[in-house]
Design a protein around this ligand. Structure first.
Ligand code: UDP
Ligand code: MG
Length: 319
């Protein structure tokens, strides 16, 4: 079979009103490119007529240089799982992502590819003019600011699904929960060279967004998790140990204070809240240090049992 240059991954869940137009637009754009491409639709357990409609549309609109694959889940596993299934089933050297709701414009794909030619490992989209509700756009802006701050991440729009990435940067990405949402950050943390282009963003005309405001909490938790794993994933005892030693230090101070009060001011410990504080921080400190040691054991099991390296090599040159 011919080499596939680019795989476009489209996860969908109950998008019956969008898939026909989407496939039409997508196939049109891809067939005009002078490369071989494939579209991988991942049907994330849709309960409406999405699959049926897509199957018909795909049959109708066949092109030589555009292969189509539909992966159907047994039930709704969520967008992250759908994205991973897309990656697992892809054959392209480049992987592109697109939402099925028509908010991204397939016309942007050639522009992504042009930008990639400048020598990037990944190019991310930036929805400079967003067509979402004001509150949503605002919250997304705040999330982007937080991410920029926490990860020193210099790009504008983490939440934009439209992007093109070299496949090697998607291997071992370990997407759990709803981590697809901050996938660009994960790619950035792998040390990829990243470009950015402004993409078109359209309103969602048909169907509903699958997420509500609960995504804010999840995103915040994801940011904390990814920050922890990326900075201390191989040495958790540093984090726990710092808190532990800090607590023990506070405990020590409080203990000295309460000893001073007993010896010089005649305040007995049962009347001295400082003594309670010393006990509290003492216990917390020991707990933290113990947890850190347990975490170290786990990390070692994780890396050593699977022979995982703690680094990633871009390439090795021999002379
Ligand atoms: N999606 C999915 N599984 C889910 C939820 C969403 O495959 O459980 C798909 C959905 O059909 C769409 C894309 O993921 O193609 C983005 O979802 P949506 O447009 O609802 O998210 P938003 O743009 O509101 O963030
Ligand atoms: Mg959408």
């Amino acid at each position: 079979m011919a080499n596939i240059d680019i795989s476009v991954i489209v996860p969908f869940y109950n998008e019956e009103k969008n898939l026909e137009v989407l496939n039409e637009e997508l196939v049109k754009v891809l067939s005009r490119l002078s490369i071989n491409s494939e579209v991988i639709y991942v049907n994330d357990g849709s309960s409406d007529r999405s699959l049926e409609i897509l199957q018909k549309e795909v049959e109708k609109d066949k092109k030589d240089n555009v292969q189509i694959k539909i992966v159907t889940f047994t039930k709704n596993f969520g967008q992250t799982a759908a994205v991973v299934a897309g990656i697992d089933n892809s054959r392209g050297e480049l992987i592109s992502f697109l939402d099925a709701d028509l908010q991204n414009d397939p016309q942007d794909i050639p522009r992504f590819l042009d930008k990639m030619k400048e020598g990037y490992d990944a190019v991310f989209g930036w929805r400079k003019e967003r067509k979402d509700a004001t509150l949503r756009s605002l919250l997304s802006k705040i999330a982007n600011r937080i991410i920029s701050f926490v990860f020193s991440y210099p790009y504008h729009d983490v939440g934009c699904s439209a992007r093109v990435v070299k496949k090697e940067y998607l291997k071992n990405l370990q997407l759990y929960g709803e981590l697809h949402r901050i996938m660009p950050v994960l790619i950035y943390l792998k040390g990829a060279k990243i470009g950015e282009i402004v993409v078109k963003h359209r309103e969602r005309y048909e169907g509903k967004s699958k997420y509500g405001f609960e995504r804010i909490v999840k995103t915040l938790i994801d940011i904390i998790t990814v920050k922890f794993l990326s900075s201390y994933g191989t040495r958790p005892a540093y984090v726990f140990g710092t808190f532990g030693l800090g607590s023990l230090f506070i405990s020590g101070l409080a203990l000295i204070g309460s000893a001073y009060k007993k010896l010089f001011l005649g305040v007995f410990v049962h009347k001295d809240p400082l003594f309670l504080i010393a006990i509290f921080f003492g216990l917390v400190g020991i707990q933290f240090i113990m947890m850190g040691l347990l975490a170290e054991l786990q990390v070692r099991t994780y890396f050593e049992s699977q022979n995982k390296p703690i680094y990633e090599v871009r390439n090795i040159e021999k002379y």
